[in-house]
Design a protein around this ligand. Structure first.
Ligand code: FAD
Length: 405
């Protein structure tokens, strides 16, 4: 077994957007940082739509998560400016807003409820009639009954975001090891590094597990710190809006059609992302005829003109979901081991705040305020907790049935 010549201050296991932002921010805080992933910049961001939907994604029982989502949304403009400067790459961030629409009276009642919840939560959203919706987005179906205009829910291109993070990491001095981590190393009751699949042993003062939906599968994790993260499959389509059809849609448009959530995210470069299914099928990422059919059927009901557009790509990815749909951040009961995972349907939105929270944890040992309710230990058996979990009842609320992103 080879031993790396120099241990790092921090070893990040997993190079999806969450591992990458953790490594980048850690390096910017002066910590020598290594990140191991066979394919850094891959993961769920290859498939994700990139909606930054703090307001339109609000669900009953998730008000604590709302605070973190809003904190991250507020960071986004400055975060992408810094990342684009550091990487020399664009991220496709668009401050375009979102329109959630209703196609029948049930949908309208559901949206009215969401509007009331948003108002009670102090969020900005405006109720529009069907005609007002179509005035904003003329491609909408004539049957649209009304909608919610949310000017603060924007979008970013997750593939470009991931690519920019890889470059920013490299430029900040993060050592990228393009290899799978085989096993966590634990010595004297402390996480001390990890063994790569090629046999290399990496040592580090602190290890961050950011393996997305695979986070609970890493060998060598003591039972008490295995994160309760499961994969939730989402299928997505990519269409292209030819220049002659532009602007097809000017903002993200979403709806609930016969109980299924569907959204259309128009990018500045003409890409139109249509998503997404929500399926609990383990690590399966097959694109199915049924998934594609349902997405096209529902999107067509919302915006009939999409059938004219070239279908350029289909794909499926895995959201890393925790029991309460919120991330698991910071120290575990195993000294030296931290988690940054479980971001489920909001991982793109939560990238900036996760980077800040994890850098703070890695430099001070403490979770800072926006991350405190999301302690990695909140689901651990009481005996193995280093610190008791945050007392908020919202944190342990059962998972919402609605998982639209
Ligand atoms: C269909 C779909 C649509 C989505 N839409 C949105 C959206 O609109 N807005 C939003 O905010 N979020 C969205 N998301 C969610 C978002 O994409 C995820 O929350 C986020 O990408 C998770 O990032 P991650 O880095 O935690 O995990 P992942 O992206 O899963 O990355 C984990 C990484 O860890 C690596 N890894 C795992 N095990 C090991 C190991 N043993 N050794 C080394 N490396 C390892 C993997 O190779 C992978 O690169 C969507 C997700 C899906 C699937």
């Amino acid at each position: 077994m080879r031993i790396s010549a120099n241990g790092s201050d921090v070893l990040v296991v997993g190079g999806g957007i969450i591992g990458l932002v953790t490594a980048w921010r850690s390096a910017l805080h002066g910590l020598s940082t290594t990140l191991a992933d066979p394919d850094p910049g891959g993961g769920a961001a290859r498939v994700a739509a990139g909606m930054l939907a703090a307001v339109t994604e609000l669900h009953h029982g998730e008000q604590t998560l709302l605070g973190l989502n809003l904190a991250s949304a507020a960071r986004y403009p400055a975060f992408v400016a810094e990342l684009e400067e550091a990487s020399g790459q664009e991220t496709g961030f668009r401050a375009c807003g979102t329109l959630s629409v209703a196609l029948d009276s049930d949908d309208r009642a559901h949206l009215r409820e969401l509007h009331a919840l948003q108002q009670r939560s102090g969020l900005e959203s405006e109720w529009l009639s069907g005609r007002e919706c179509r005035r904003l987005e003329p491609m909408l179906a004539p049957g649209v009954r009304g909608g919610l205009r949310v000017d603060g829910d924007h979008q970013v291109d997750p593939r470009r975001l991931a690519s920019a993070l890889v470059t920013a990491c490299e430029r900040a001095g993060v050592v990228l090891r393009r290899e799978r981590v085989q096993r966590l190393s634990v010595t004297g009751g402390r996480a001390t590094g990890a063994a790569l699949r090629d046999g290399t042993e990496l040592t580090a003062g602190q290890v961050v597990l950011a393996g997305g939906s695979l986070s609970g599968r890493l060998a060598g994790l003591p039972d008490a710190v295995v994160p309760p993260v499961r994969p939730v499959k989402g299928q997505v389509l990519r269409l292209t809006v030819p220049p002659a059809y532009a602007p097809f849609l000017s903002r993200t448009v979403r709806a609930v059609v016969r109980g299924s959530h569907v959204y259309l995210v128009p990018r500045a470069n003409g890409e139109l992302v249509v998503g997404a299914t929500t399926e609990e099928l383990g690590w399966d990422t097959t694109v199915t005829a049924g998934g594609v059919y349902e997405l096209l059927r529902d999107a067509h009901e919302l915006v009939p003109g999409i059938t004219e557009l070239p279908l350029t790509e289909t794909g499926a990815g895995l959201r890393p979901a925790s029991p309460d749909n919120a991330p698991l951040l910071g120290p575990t009961a195993l000294p030296g081991l931290h988690l940054a995972t479980g971001h489920h349907r909001n991982g793109v939105l939560l990238t900036p705040v996760t980077g800040d929270v994890m850098a703070h944890v890695l430099t001070t040992g403490e979770l800072p305020e926006p991350g405190r309710p999301f302690s990695a230990q909140r689901f651990a058996p009481a005996a193995s907790q280093e610190h008791p979990p945050h007392p908020s009842s919202e944190d342990t609320a059962p998972a919402s049935q609605e998982q639209p992103v």
